[in-house]
Write a protein that binds this ligand. Structure first.
Ligand code: GDP
Length: 306
């Protein structure tokens, strides 16, 4: 089994190509939940949703969120009714949020709710929320703290960032399923996701770093120079006092990483890193990167369960 640590764009792009080479049943994805938010009765778990839709074959891969071909009738009707819904939620996407909300409200854990929804969607990969506790990435702005979704979706990332924190302050425990999936993995891949909002929330879950220390871990940088391939990772790295780039990313991940992968175009020099073409514009490039990573895993002596 190969276990991935994932956000909702960079790592799912890699998983798209990996699916051509590795059976879904041999794939486990530990997913960030610190961007989760309740909205108009639904429970949005944006990164979990993206990973579920990817494995269900329904993901909109033009945007890397939502269901391909979804309609927005309910969202548009709610806006006409004056309801605040700053995230454009598709109709089929909303059905998942409502189903998850019902499960959570009737006492299911997020792990159990995700597993139940995954089974209904025909997902064969194991998709594991990082924790069953509610946790939120908050950003500090000159006007006060904002939930990350408020900053990135409502404000379109337009306000200055002064800091990043998590509520609750105390790191949540990783679920037993997550720790077992890391300890039982032939290799762990930290995909090219946002280090601050996607990977750090997973790494700070209690037990995760200790479990990773026992396994071969490969991490892929989401940066080329001081700019991420997409999204707000640069500003977020600066906001936590880290260098925006591969050096800062490698430092954040620390000694848990056995092999750090940088893009061939990246001018930064992380000592001991491996260079690969990590730009995934489509399925071909994703598959090529996945293929190269499987080669690295073999070089590390990992059994690859194809
Ligand atoms: P989010 O949850 O939507 O923020 O998505 P992730 O955290 O999973 O991924 C966002 C990160 O993916 C950004 O920091 C991007 O730089 C990175 N990214 C997106 N596409 C690529 C790509 O093709 N190659 C690499 N190396 N990184 C990418």
């Amino acid at each position: 089994m190969i276990t991935f640590l994932s956000g909702g764009t960079g790592t799912p792009k890699l998983l798209l190509g990996m699916r051509d080479l590795l059976s879904d049943a041999m794939t486990t994805v530990v997913v960030n939940t610190a961007e989760d938010i309740w909205m108009n009765g639904g429970h949005i778990s944006p990164d979990v949703d993206t990973v579920l839709y990817l494995f269900a074959g329904t993901l909109n891969t033009a945007t890397w969120w939502g269901v391909a071909g979804d309609t927005f009738s309910t969202h548009e009707a709610l806006i006409r009714l004056g309801t605040d819904e700053y995230i454009a939620i598709g109709d089929r996407d909303r059905a998942i949020h409502l189903a998850r909300a019902r499960l959570l409200e009737s006492g299911s854990s997020l792990t159990a709710a995700t597993s139940a929804i995954a089974a209904r969607l025909g997902v064969r990969a194991q998709v594991l929320p990082m924790t069953d506790e509610a946790v939120a990435t908050m950003v500090t702005t000159p006007d006060g703290p904002l939930h990350f979704q408020e900053y990135w979706v409502r404000q379109k990332g337009s306000v200055p960032l002064l800091g990043v924190s998590w509520t609750p302050i105390e790191p949540p425990p990783a679920t037993p399923e997550v720790l077992a999936a890391i300890r039982g993995a032939d290799a762990v891949i930290i995909g090219p996701s946002n280090p601050v909002t996607s990977i750090l929330p997973i790494l700070r879950c209690r037990g995760v770093r200790e479990a990773l220390a026992e396994r071969p871990v490969i991490a892929i940088s989401p940066f080329i120079g001081d700019a991420p391939v997409s999204g707000p990772a640069g500003a977020l790295m600066r906001a936590i006092g880290a260098e925006p780039g591969s050096l800062g990313t490698a430092a954040l991940y620390g000694e848990t990483v056995r092999l750090f992968v940088q893009d061939i175009r990246d001018p930064a020099q992380v000592p001991g890193s491996v260079r690969l073409d990590t730009i995934m514009k489509g399925r071909e490039e994703s598959r090529a990167l996945a293929h190269a990573l499987l080669g690295l895993m073999r070089d590390l002596g990992c059994a690859i369960p194809i």
